[in-house]
Design a protein around this ligand. Structure first.
Ligand code: FAD
Length: 606
């Protein structure tokens, strides 16, 4: 090739590369902007998912009546299955249940205060849960335009806020960059920025994370997030400020305990800025979400049988042939907490020693409730929390024969301590986060505190009228609950109040409090992903669902429960050869070419 033609060749190549890149960007942008219209609805409408199929004569027993179990029950009942749910406690909904507390803040709630485990947010990228809620006409409580879920306060009093974005995908990220992800206070600007390049690299790697790649998943599952970030050279200040707040809020453990995968799951799903918006359930979820779903199930001939703790799976010739409940209860009077379902031994308490429900929920079991029972069905779906599943599996020899069941015994769970404090005649929150202004916030992420984890105000998120009465009902999800082992609830509440006052100095003394404690939260420690069971167990008629079960689709928490519920429904339809009623499962998050491209050019490996 002579000099001239080489130059000409290079020029042409550059020109074509430039044109292809421009066409790619324009095409990709148009694809993101115009495509996937159902994903852009607040409640995606998928007409083929509405089903009302006649009875197919098949029976299903669902073991555990949490969100996963109740959603699966509704999907299956709509498709002709005869469904029975067995639930150990006296309420459906599991970690989403709510119940009446007759003791707390009686002045404001003379008929009892509706209390729940903790505030539950429905993210924009929960496409399947939103599709299901839309189908069942269950509304959400949208956050005000100016309010942010992402407000940060650090222990030195420095405040930041990630402003909500309004521009449509794919322009939302331009608006977010324009707003600034990290919006420091004036005081903070005087500090040198800690090695932001490595923090940026980490965020890019996590935003491009491909959940479907087993090697990437297993790599992130093999170490703590802290170790992963340190390998990348991310500064401690950034880990503490940003990721620690996130792991406290979502995983109830520190970045030195949770796997890198736990955080990667959150970042990749939340990498589309407009989908990180959070809406809340209308308060209380028993009446607005779980109650209507149970009614729907009953209308379709299904039922939930409470006070039935599954204690044994009977397996004969490689099939589950029955489940047994309430075996081996002590003789005589047995007390059980209606809320968590645990048996209570010993003297009289003013609250359940396990979950903290007030004493009115501790009941003596009736003779009828105490009778061991046996249930049979064609198919069995285990929808318990991790401790429940471990306990039942211990009573079988399945773990001896199958690695699948052995792995479950190695899964971790974590503890949640949600401390709620009632402040009367208080304008402390309003002063810190004046409503209608750019500072307004319904919650905040405390960073660098000893006790405070994700902190929210029920007065601004859900309970009507409280704010007008100048009541702040503040919930602190304690970070590092281990510091309170062996401490009574009153001293925990006092310690939380003392630290809360450093973040909100205008708080008066609290006039009442309650604490929810649960040891059943799904853990995200290194190695957990490797041990997660898939939906189909090696026993043909036994399936598993719940937020701790593996589905080959990127999803988290309540969205995962919904994906599982839909997946198991399709699996059962396939098993019985029923074509009618197949559910279309969406991606959890609007498909996004920019993030997919990022995944092609970055790697989570360090
Ligand atoms: C404080 C808090 C805040 C949260 N915030 C959010 C949030 O903002 N967004 C989000 O997406 N998720 C959030 N979550 C997580 C969410 O609540 C869970 O992912 C979801 O509710 C799990 O549902 P599940 O059905 O898998 O399990 P569970 O709700 O645990 O249900 C399991 C059910 O099985 C029953 N059971 C156990 N053993 C037995 C047995 N032997 N026999 C019969 N029944 C049994 C239990 O009583 C329970 O009803 C939060 C959780 C908590 C606790």
């Amino acid at each position: 090739m002579n000099e001239f033609s080489r130059k000409e060749f290079l020029k042409k190549t550059l020109s074509w590369t430039g044109k292809s890149a421009a066409a790619g960007i324009v095409g990709g942008t148009a694809y993101n902007f115009f495509g996937h219209s159902e994903y852009k609805q607040a409640f995606p409408n998928i007409p083929e998912n509405h089903a009302n199929v006649q009875s197919n004569g098949k029976t299903v027993l669902i073991l555990g009546g949490g969100l996963a179990g109740i959603q699966a029950a509704c999907e299956l009942a709509d498709r002709g299955f005869q469904v029975t749910v067995l639930e150990k406690s006296g309420h459906a909904g599991g970690k989403l249940k709510s119940w009446k507390d007759k003791k707390f803040a009686q002045k404001y709630f003379p008929d009892g205060y509706s209390r729940e485990h903790g505030l539950h947010g429905v993210w924009g990228f929960y496409k399947n849960l939103r599709e299901f809620l839309g189908r069942h006409q269950i509304p959400l409580n949208p956050l005000g335009e100016k309010e942010s879920f992402y407000s940060f306060i650090d222990a030195q009093g420095v405040r930041n806020k990630i402003k909500p974005v309004k521009w449509p995908i794919p322009f939302d990220r331009i608006e977010m960059m324009n707003n600034g992800i990290y919006v420091p206070d004036e005081k903070d600007l005087k500090k040198p920025a800690p090695d932001l390049f490595n923090a940026f690299r980490a965020t890019m790697k996590l935003s491009g994370f491909n959940f479907k790649s087993e090697s990437q998943r297993m790599y992130l599952d093999s170490m703590t997030f802290y170790d992963w970030a340190k390998k990348l050279g991310v500064h401690d200040q950034f880990i503490r400020y940003y990721y620690e707040a996130m792991s406290d809020m979502a995983l109830f453990m520190s970045t030195k305990e949770c796997s890198a995968l736990g955080i990667a799951n959150l970042i990749r799903l939340g990498a589309t800025p407009s989908e990180t918006r959070v809406d809340y359930y209308k308060w209380p979820p028993d009446e607005t979400v779980i109650g209507p779903l149970v009614k729907h199930l009953e209308m379709k001939g299904g039922r939930v049988l409470f006070h039935n703790e599954v204690t044994e799976l009977v397996v004969e010739n490689g099939k589950v042939t029955a489940v047994k409940t309430n075996q081996n209860l002590p003789a005589g009077s047995v007390r059980r907490c209606r809320i968590c379902g645990n048996l209570i031994y010993g003297g009289v308490e003013d609250h359940c020693p396990y979950c903290g429900a007030d004493a009115s929920h501790i009941e003596v079991m009736t003779e009828q409730e105490k009778v061991p029972k046996t249930f049979r069905a064609d198919h069995y779906i285990l929808a318990m929390d991790i401790p429940g599943a471990k306990h039942v599996l211990m009573n079988t020899d399945l773990a001896r024969h199958y690695e699948y069941f052995r792995n479950i015994q190695n899964l971790s769970q974590s503890t949640i301590l949600c401390v709620n404090l009632l402040y009367e005649n208080s304008d402390a929150w309003e002063r810190m986060f004046p409503s209608g202004t750019t500072l307004s916030a319904v919650d905040f992420f405390p960073t660098g505190f000893k006790i405070l984890g994700f902190t929210s105000n029920w007065s601004s998120t859900g309970i009507p009228g409280l704010r007008q009465k100048k009541v702040d009902l503040i919930e602190v999800q304690v970070c590092r609950w281990q510091q309170f082992i062996g401490k009574d609830f009153r001293s925990i509440a006092a310690a939380v109040h003392a630290e809360l006052k450093t973040a909100l100095p205008d708080l008066p003394e609290p006039t009442d409090f309650y604490i929810n404690r649960w040891d059943t939260y799904t853990g995200y420690r290194p190695g957990d992903e490797k041990n997660r069971p898939g939906i189909q167990s090696p026993i043909e008629n036994l399936m598993l669902i719940g937020d701790w079960v593996f589905v080959p689709q990127h999803s988290i928490f309540m969205e995962r429960t919904n994906v599982c519920a839909k997946w198991v429904t399709n699996l059962l339809l396939e098993k019985i050869g029923q074509k009618e009623g197949k559910i279309r499962i969406l991606e959890s998050g609007t498909p996004d070419w920019q993030l997919d491209l990022l995944g092609l050019v970055t790697s989570v490996r360090v």
